[in-house]
Design a binder for this molecule. Sequence first.
Ligand SMILES: Nc1ncnc2c1ncn2[C@@H]1O[C@H](COP(=O)(O)OP(=O)(O)OP(=O)(O)O)[C@@H](O)[C@H]1O
Ligand SMILES: [Mg+2]
Length: 240
Amino acid sequence: MFSANIKNTLTVFVGSAKGGVGKSTVTLGLAKAFKKRGFSVGVIDADIHGPSLLTLANFEGRHVFNSAKKIVPLLHDNIQYVSIEAIVPKHEAIAWRGVMAGRAIAQFLKDVEFSPLDIILIDLPPGTGDIHLAVCQQTDPKGAILVSTPDQVAINDTIRFYNFLKRMSIDVFGIIYNMVHLSCPSCHHSINLFDNAQLSGLNELKILHKLSWSKDLSSDFDHIIQELCHHDHFSKFCIS
Ligand SMILES: Nc1ncnc2c1ncn2[C@@H]1O[C@H](COP(=O)(O)OP(=O)(O)OP(=O)(O)O)[C@@H](O)[C@H]1O
Ligand SMILES: [Mg+2]
């Protein structure tokens, strides 16, 4: 278990077994929205093979160790970041086998020391393998937010991830559909980016939001927090 004063910290996964659907974008958007509400937020980029959170957050940095030999998260815009990207040389290809990658992330998470936090969001890589198992064991999340594009290929992978979470006894707070539509910059007509008429398989999940293809999604993340607030675990994050 990573150390910090995490007793009262809500730990939440953001994931989908599908790559490129917006998991990191959602993690970062939510982190900023929680911070804007005055909460202390930590994010973990658990993607050993393709870390991207620092790039998305538009900064660089290297982790240092404190006097207790623990990894100090990077503080940027008042959010604490932890990423393998801040340990390995830039653009280095990590060619570890699954078991080794799992052990590495477990050790890495064990060695991190956050300052006190209200919430930690963990951005998971695609798939359901050793890294996911290791992160589950190491972090004890209270639940997960799923992210998928509204097409059957992505949804099928997201169902796999959902089933993996069930096997790990991890609750799901709901699903965010991403890149659902695009507003035409000239006529503002809304264009569906996927043929999402007949999707099946995740109907039992609460839809937290449908994100459009856009450069500025900040108000959408405020809306998602309002939706999450209906869940007991998020009650302290609600605006009364
Ligand atoms: N709603 C959106 N509008 C515009 N661009 C988006 C949106 N969602 C994601 N993107 C962009 O799409 C790309 C993929 O998104 P992101 O990295 O968040 O996906 P991911 O699921 O984390 O991918 P990976 O599986 O590689 O970790 C990024 O360049 C991101 O900026
Ligand atoms: Mg990602």
